[in-house]
Design a protein around this ligand. Structure first.
Ligand code: GTP
Ligand code: MG
Length: 614
């Protein structure tokens, strides 16, 4: 018999803050900290304190979901701050398995966007209670009344039931820490938000059941090792309890707790006991994985594992095999790369790892190319050298039919850019579904586009719309493969020998396309030194010195004026490479290369391919 939730722990609320990217989740958590008295008067506190990872601070986005807790009127509120970027959707799914309710933030000007839909759908499917907060009402272009209508429409569209539709609505300015129930009355503090959260029921549990918890996250400490994070479903727990772990295969592994901790503010606090419904961190379970159940030895009862969406993108990770390998990074071996990737799959439910069948190379699967880029960036900061291929979308087979992931893309841009945007999308097999021109000079368009067409499109889109366009997409589902189109409409300029780039040679190559290397940069045969203006690749010699006809010309090489090169970011690089190309990543450099370095070998293969086509 499944356990019945008979009682409510009124001393606790567990909530997740969910929203589309940048709608103000982490900033709101700062304000909740401030108001709950976590900081001393006048204490210097960083902005977006929950974004604690280096990359999160640098990029100004949340990458992984994190727990904290505040107290309000004697009630402990465990909060999970989640990322809003769709590539980190797995973090939201994981976080929702820990909570009973959500604060859904919606930007008062932008309204619900694709990721709002994704996170709300997950929350409604899980039967969670929702508090809606229309945030950033201080924006000049705020339109809270319309946004509220759009939120209702979204709830209805997602099939919310009667109870869920009866959600409380707050109008907030997260940055100033205010909330109000009436948009006509200025909020003074966050008390109305805290009250709405306290009005949600506390965690339900069955007092007749022994201790059970599903592991929703892992934490690490040098001193305690790997720790399991989760919400106590039923029963309570004491610091030195003897328990068991039920793993994915259903094996029951005995474990002895070495430390029990709970969240208090931003910290972990050691506890003697923890009550049903609280979120706890358990040390002593070295082999634990996300999704496992921890329960008593006497009455082991396995809880359902966390279900997350399938991966949509795959990318090949391999050792760095370029002639410059091993010069800039500390960690270069295939075994070390494999270990690191395995560790990532433990921490991140949305990432999986497969052997590729090729030596020294692995296939990593995840939710999007941005998630892949972040993983590569983390690895290079840890001292890794590696090479990665272009992110590829994962196709499906339905009998004989090949299916591909299709996204719904919403574009908002100035009317003048409509032509270029529509053209780019139609080249990528996009179909326009709607076009709204509200006469303000901006248009809103909706497209159905293969996911593979969107890889790298965002960079181009921003350039095409001079940084003023907004594009958002969500995965609509799988549909018949729409046919091939090139991932890039230009070729590569490929170095034909090793050496160092020379200003004179680069100057002469400039008319051919845009260059990625500058004078004196190291080059090697098969390295891509620029983007060709035309569709084909050409071999070039960027190390060619000027022929000296007389003495006076000597040393004049350096006087040519080169166009500044565009620095290749990791993301640009992985979008740029075609299937026969790789990105070489080291802690110091990002280089592009052909998979097959030897020009002779490449031409032989190309000849063979052409023959095959005839
Ligand atoms: N005008 C205005 N801006 C705000 C408000 N709250 C947050 N912002 C700004 O919105 C931007 C995004 O804030 P974050 O708190 O990082 O948003 P987030 O939802 O946590 O973003 P992700 O975690 O990356 O999805 C920042 O530049 C904030 O300063 C607000 O109430 N009013
Ligand atoms: Mg955030």
């Amino acid at each position: 018999m499944p356990a019945q939730a008979k009682e409510t722990n009124v001393h606790i609320r567990n909530i997740a803050i969910i929203a589309h990217v940048d709608h103000g989740k982490t900033t709101l958590v700062d304000a909740m900290f401030r108001q709950s008295g976590l900081f001393r008067e006048g204490q210097q506190v960083d902005e977006r304190i929950m974004d604690s990872q280096d990359l999160e601070r640098e990029r100004g986005i949340t990458i992984s979901a994190k727990n904290c807790a505040v107290r309000w009127q004697g009630v402990k509120i465990n909060i999970v701050d989640t990322p809003g970027h769709s590539d980190f959707g797995g973090e939201v799914e994981r976080a929702l398995s820990m909570v009973g309710g959500c604060v859904l933030l919606v930007d008062a000007s932008e309204g619900p966007l694709p990721q709002t839909r994704f996170v709300l759908k997950k929350a409604l499917d899980a039967g969670l209670d929702i508090v809606a907060a229309i945030n950033k009402i201080d924006r000049k272009d705020a339109r809270p009344a319309q946004v509220l209508d759009e939120i209702y429409d979204l709830f209805i569209d997602l099939g919310a039931d009667e109870r869920q539709l009866d959600f409380p609505v707050l109008y907030t300015i997260g940055r100033e820490g205010t909330a109000t129930l009436d948009p006509a009355v200025l909020g003074r503090d966050l008390a109305p938000l805290f009250e709405a959260i306290l009005n949600l029921p506390g965690p339900r549990h069955d007092p007749g059941e022994p201790f059970q918890m599903r592991v929703a996250d892992l934490a690490y400490s040098d001193y305690l090792g790997r720790m399991a994070v989760g919400r106590i479903q039923h029963g309570s727990i004491a610091a030195k309890d003897a328990l068991i772990l039920v793993d994915a295969a259903g094996r029951e592994i005995p474990l002895k707790l070495t430390k029990l901790q709970i969240y208090e503010g931003l910290k972990l606090l050691e506890a003697e006991r923890a009550a049903p419904g609280d979120i706890v961190v358990l040390a002593g379970a070295e082999d634990v994985n996300i999704g496992d159940t921890i329960c008593t030895r006497e009455a082991p009862r396995r809880l359902p594992r966390i279900i997350v969406d399938e991966p949509t993108v795959s990318m090949r990770f391999a050792i760095n095999s370029s002639p410059l390998a091993g010069q800039e990074g500390k960690i270069v071996q295939s075994r070390q790369i494999h270990e690191r990737l395995k560790l990532e799959t433990l921490r991140n439910v949305a990432i999986s790892l497969e052997e590729s069948g090729e030596k020294d190379s692995f296939i990593v699967k995840g939710r999007g190319e941005f998630q892949m880029a972040i993983l590569v960036e983390q690895m290079r900061r840890e001292g890794f050298e590696l090479s990665v291929g272009r992110p590829e979308v994962i196709m499906k087979k339905d009998g004989q039919r090949l299916l591909e992931p299709i996204e719904r893309l919403l574009v908002d841009c100035a009317e003048t850019f409509m032509g270029v945007v529509t053209e780019k999308l139609s080249l990528r097999k996009g179909r326009m579904l709607s076009l709204v021109n509200n006469g303000s000079g901006r248009v809103r368009m909706e497209f159905s586009v293969p996911s593979r067409g969107l890889i790298g499109l965002r960079d181009e889109f921003l350039t095409d719309t001079k940084g003023t366009g907004i594009m958002n997409s969500y995965l609509e589902g799988y549909d018949e493969f729409r046919g091939d189109f090139p991932s890039r409409f230009t070729g590569s300029l490929v170095a034909d020998r090793a050496g160092r780039a020379v200003a004179y040679a680069l100057f002469n190559l400039e008319p051919r396309g845009s260059l990625f290397v500058g004078p004196n940069d190291p080059i090697y045969e098969g390295m891509i030194i620029g983007e060709h203006n035309r569709e084909n690749d050409i071999d070039v010699n960027p190390a060619k010195e000027k022929k000296l006809t007389n003495l006076r010309a000597a040393g004049k090489d350096e006087n040519v004026i080169l166009t500044p090169i565009r620095p290749m970011t990791l993301e640009m690089a992985i979008h740029f490479v075609r299937p026969d190309e790789l990105v070489e990543v080291t802690p110091l450099s990002i280089r592009l290369r052909k998979k097959v370095l030897s020009a002779q070998e490449r031409h032989r293969l190309e000849g063979k391919r052409r023959k095959g086509e005839e």
